[in-house]
Design a binder for this molecule. Structure first.
Ligand SMILES: [Zn+2]
Ligand SMILES: [Zn+2]
Length: 114
């Protein structure tokens, strides 16, 4: 399931004209999702949607964001035009391949998959 996957997608259009970049869930939406769909126990955190367990809050936050909240989103590298299924994989790519882009707002490159 690594790279080379060709997503058929349309650039997120903006029918209302008000949210040209509102593709990715906001921090608040993510927070609400997490409080509704995850539970914590003494072994760590569990995602109630898929049953996966995570040792830290940060790892379940990344999981919820990439696998559920932003599941229909892909990230497009502006330099090599590659698509990434998750923000984390795009961020790893940028870190290794384009260190000059480190710290850039990756959400700017999010696109709806369909
Ligand atoms: Zn899950
Ligand atoms: Zn790239």
């Amino acid at each position: 399931m690594e790279n080379e996957t060709c997503f058929h997608f349309l650039l997120a259009e903006d029918p209302g004209g008000s949210h040209s970049q509102a593709v990715v869930a906001t921090a608040k939406e993510l927070q609400e999702f997490i409080s509704e769909h995850t539970a914590s126990s003494k072994e760590g955190f569990v995602c109630l949607l898929c049953g996966k367990r995570f040792a830290t809050f940060d790892s379940i936050r990344v999981h919820a964001r990439d696998k559920h909240v932003n599941a229909d989103i892909v990230y497009l590298c502006p330099v090599c035009q590659k698509y990434f299924k998750t923000r984390s994989s795009m961020s790893g790519h940028v870190y290794i391949i384009h260190p000059e882009m480190k710290g850039i707002d990756l959400d700017r490159f999010a696109r709806k998959k369909w």
